[in-house]
Structures are given as structure tokens and as C-alpha cells.
Design a protein. Structure first.
Ligand code: ADP
Ligand code: GLC
Length: 491
């Protein structure tokens, strides 16, 4: 199949979260299975890193209609990985040459509607200019959701490149929908016919994600449990009715993400000081020591070390974590290593604990991939108290590194972690809490601590269970292939 994958971020070129990881690994897995995959994203300044030395300009002056009678010009660059896998970058100085991808100083860029309308339209134009035939147009989140609308519109549907194409939208996070003033419809070139309840209209505003959900041939999300959760008002951020509508049609599916086991593997990881495997965990103990040294924690192999690597956003429940650790820092023999950035109040609260308890609590405020790998490898437990979690990758990374996840049972966390069952340690891989309160998180962490100290065989068994679970993209890629084949039919 000829697959066009559209996204706002891809790792390693530019990344703010898991969408970037998925936008590299899944196209890669699909290409390995023999499909032709073309991935499109913006050319941000971050792309020009060492990973991308061999980017070549493949189209210099791409005309992109933008607003009535107006045209913007873009350049298309390519990073060719193999004959059937290329990453294409849409270069437009004014829209994408910015220090951060979506926001500055905690404020979204005021022209984000224009930026991502432009991106979506530019991708459609690029597909024509590069003469790419499309069997599957796979859009991701709100940023490129408009591609599905363009595909079915008078503007593009008669082009031979697109005439056989099925469209898929994957929801990685329904908390971000691309809701904008309706005046921005002007930039799309679509006309007011599209401003209706079956497409872009949403409480008298534009909603790009909603339009993608309504119009795409198939809607997926990144775990089976999240696919169910988003049908209810508690999780849907007001999109429950469009999603229920698609679910009744058999057009909504949850497909669990995988992880890139080339990047996240304790046997071969070059970002951690010592490699290890489930048959020899010596290196893991050395990684714990190195992490304690690196972060200035007391070096002690026998104290349970809890890691966190997270965007500091409402979604992630870090406020609840902060509310529960005070008592543990005062009373328990535990350590914490936290890496994260985002919400300023949370950053300040974390930094404060690091000042108060330097030998027990360490944090790094900012984005640091090497430290993220070191925390995954060197911790005993990994904490993810998410309010909602469409899939979550870190809990899978941590299991691969023999670090037991402590998670709220939601979305992909529910689907990937098996709660500790003392009668069945052979099936257990982590610890779950169901209600998100400081006391329940604290109780769950103390439960984990008690297993660490008092049931060493079960603790070791769980480590091995997680490390030997297959989280690779293989199964996921097969499920998407099946979905692509049947996107036009009922499931
Ligand atoms: P989300 O996409 O909602 O942030 P995921 O668990 O799917 O959650 O993916 C998060 C990704 O971002 C992981 O690869 C994680 O290691 C990485 N990450 C998040 N925050 C940081 C940080 N401060 N430093 C390094 N990596 C981070
Ligand atoms: C989003 C979600 C996260 C998911 C990632 C990749 O950022 O918040 O749960 O793992 O997308 O699909």
C-alpha cells in the first residue's frame, strides 16, 4: 500500500511527546512490512540536528493556496531512510521557523489555526507535486485533521493521486482539539458549506479534530480502553456525541501502540552507563547507583527509588503526586527522581522539594532524553498517576528496563500493566490505583515499597515479567494493515 502519514512532530527530528515516537516507529514498521510510506511534518529549526544531515530539497517552490486568491510558497525537504520510507518536511519560514513547536512562555501561538491549516493544505499540494499515489491517508490529532476534509472536498477528490485513498484519523490525545474562531475558515479555502454540525462546526467555532472524527473513513485511538473511555463525557472533552456516532457505525477502534525496541532496550542502550538483561541484572544495580550519583541522591542500593518522566500537564496527575509525597519524604525511607517540564506551578513545587530534601528527592526541570533513559534504567518503580492516558509509552519503557510501573488504571495504562496479584506473581507487572487521590497514590506506592522489602521473589518475578513482555510494533503494524484494508467497510 502507498501510505501517507501526516503529523506535527516526529522523533528524532522534533518532539514534545509520544506522538513523535509513534510517528517514527509505526511508519518504520509499516515500511519494513513492504509498504511505501511517506511521512509529512513541518520543517522546524529543531529538525536541522545531526540526525538530519542528509536532508535534500526535493521541491523548491510549492504553491499553497491560502485564503481567497492568495498563495503561500513552501519548500519540500526529504530525509530518505530507504527506498520505501521517506520523511518529508514542509518548510515555511514564517509559520515554522520558531523556537518551540506550539507555544511560547506557556501561551499557544496566536496563529496556530493558520499554521496548521497551512500545513494540511501544503501536504495535499506536496502529494500532488511529488506525484505520490495515495491508498491510505493517515492523519494524527488535530494538527493535520484537515487533510481528511480536503481529501473528500471538491478541491482534491478528482485528482488521480487521491481517488482511491481511504482516510484514517488517529486520536493520540483528545484534550487537544484545535478549536478556533470561525473566521479562520477563510484560510482553508473550504467555504461555509463545511461549517456545519457534521463537519467543522462546534459550538459556533471551528473544531479540527471533530471534523476529522466525523469525516475520516476510520477513527482510531491508541489503546482499546481509551477507545471506550472517550465515549463518555468524563473523558471526551465534549466530543462524546461525534465519537458515539462513529462507534455505532463500527468506525472507531483502539489499537495499542508499541515501543521502539531499538531505542528502548537495556541490552543495547548507549544512553545508560551499564547495559543489562533479564538474565543478568547486575547492570541495573549499577545504573541505580549512577543515577543516584548523577542527581545527588544518597547512594544506597537498598532504598526504593521512584522515577517520573513526564510532561507537567493536568493530564499527568503530577499535582496529585506532589500532594502525596510530603508525608512519604518525612516518614519513609524512599527516594524520588523526577524529570519534567510544563506547568510553572508544578515545576516550582518540584524544585522546592528538591531543595528541602536533597538526599531523597531530585528533579530536573526541562527536557533531557539521556536523563529520561537513565531514570527508566536506574529506578525501581516508575510513577504515572495520569487522569487520562490515551496510551502512554513510559510505562512500557519502564517495564522493558525492569522498573515496575505504578499507574492509575486508565487508557493504555490499564491495557499494558497487570496489577500485582500475590496469588499470581507470574502474571503481575506493576501496581494500579483506581481512584486518583493523594491518599490512594500514597497507599499504592507504600504497597509497592512493602513488596520491595518483604517479598523479594515476587518483586524479582515482576521485573522479569515486564522485561520479557513483547511491546514491539510488530502486532500494532499488523492491526493497522488490517484496518487499512477494511477502512471502507464496517467492522
Ligand atoms: P505524552 O505523549 O502524553 O507526553 P507518552 O508516555 O506517550 O506521553 O510519551 C512521552 C514521551 O516523551 C516519552 O518518550 C518520554 O520519555 C518523553 N518525555 C516526556 N517528558 C520528557 C522530559 N522532560 N525529558 C525527556 N523525555 C521526556
Ligand atoms: C499522546 C498521549 C499518550 C500517547 C501518545 C502517543 O501524547 O498523551 O498517552 O502515548 O500520544 O500515542
Amino acid at each position: 500500500m502507498n501510505i501517507v502519514w501526516t503529523t506535527s512532530e516526529v522523533a528524532p527530528y522534533a518532539k514534545t511527546g509520544g506522538l513523535a515516537d509513534v510517528s517514527y516507529s509505526l511508519p518504520y514498521a509499516l515500511a519494513e512490512n513492504g509498504h511505501n510510506v511517506s511521512v509529512f511534518m513541518p520543517y522546524y529549526p529543531q529538525v536541522m540536528g545531526e540526525k538530519c544531515e542528509d536532508t535534500e530539497v526535493v521541491y523548491e517552490l510549492l504553491g499553497v493556496p491560502f485564503g481567497e486568491g492568495n498563495e503561500e510558497w513552501a519548500q519540500i525537504r526529504r530525509h530518505k531512510i530507504s527506498d520505501n520510507l521517506s520523511f518529508y518536511f514542509i518548510e515555511h519560514n514564517n509559520f515554522f521557523n520558531r523556537p518551540k513547536l506550539y507555544d511560547m512562555d506557556g501561551h499557544e501561538y496566536s496563529d496556530n489555526a493558520e499554521r496548521f491549516i497551512f500545513l494540511s493544505r501544503a501536504i495535499m499540494q506536496a502529494v500532488l507535486a511529488l506525484e505520490i499515489k495515495v491508498d491510505v491517508l493517515h492523519t494524527n490529532d488535530w494538527h493535520t485533521a484537515l487533510c481528511s476534509i480536503y481529501l473528500k472536498s471538491e478541491l482534491y477528490k478528482s485528482y488521480a493521486n487521491f481517488s482511491q485513498a481511504k482516510s484514517i484519523i488517529t486520536i493520540h490525545n483528545i484534550g487537544y482539539q484545535g478549536v478556533f474562531n470561525k473566521a479562520n475558515l477563510y484560510w482553508t479555502g473550504l467555504g461555509w458549506d463545511y461549517f456545519n454540525v457534521h463537519c467543522l462546526e462546534f459550538f459556533d467555532q471551528l473544531n479540527f479534530l471533530k471534523a476529522g472524527v466525523m469525516i475520516s473513513d476510520m477513527v482510531t485511538t491508541v489503546s482499546p480502553t481509551y477507545a471506550e473511555e472517550i465515549l463518555s463525557p468524563e473523558y471526551a472533552f465534549n466530543l462524546e456525541h461525534p465519537l458515539q456516532h462513529r462507534a455505532v457505525q463500527g468506525k472507531l477502534r483502539g489499537i495499542l501502540n508499541g515501543i521502539d525496541v531499538n531505542e528502548w532496550s537495556p541490552e543495547t542502550d548507549t544512553l545508560i552507563p551499564h547495559n543489562f538483561s533479564h538474565t543478568d541484572l547486575t547492570g541495573k544495580a549499577l545504573c541505580k547507583q549512577a543515577l543516584q550519583e548523577e542527581l545527588g541522591l544518597t547512594v544506597n542500593p537498598d532504598v526504593p527509588l521512584y522515577g517520573v518522566v513526564s510532561r507537567l500537564a493536568e493530564q499527568k496527575g503530577i499535582d496529585v503526586f506532589i500532594d502525596c509525597i510530603d508525608e512519604m519524604l518525612k516518614e519513609d525511607d524512599v527516594q524520588f527522581a523526577v524529570i519534567g517540564s510544563g506547568d510553572k506551578a508544578l515545576e516550582v513545587a518540584l524544585a522546592n522539594y528538591a531543595k528541602l530534601y536533597p538526599s531523597k528527592f531530585a528533579c530536573f526541570i526541562g527536557y533531557n532524553n539521556k536523563l529520561a533513559h537513565m531514570v527508566e534504567a536506574g529506578s525501581d518503580f516508575f510513577v504515572m498517576p495520569s487522569r487520562y492516558e490515551p496510551c502512554g509509552l513510559n510505562q512500557m519503557y519502564s517495564m522493558k528496563y525492569g522498573t515496575l510501573p505504578i499507574v492509575r488504571a486508565t487508557g493504555g495504562l490499564e491495557d499494558t500493566v497487570n496489577n500485582f496479584d500475590e496469588k499470581h506473581p507470574e502474571k503481575s507487572t506493576g501496581f494500579k490505583l483506581y481512584e486518583l487521590y493523594p491518599a490512594s497514590l500514597r497507599d499504592t506506592m507504600r504497597w509497592a515499597t512493602s513488596i520491595y522489602f518483604n517479598d523479594k521473589p515476587a518483586f524479582k518475578q515482576m521485573i522479569i515479567n515486564g522485561m520479557t513482555t513483547d511491546f514491539s510494533w510488530h502486532h500494532t503494524a499488523v492491526e493497522y494493515e488490517e484496518l487499512y484494508q477494511h477502512a471502507n467497510t464496517r467492522f
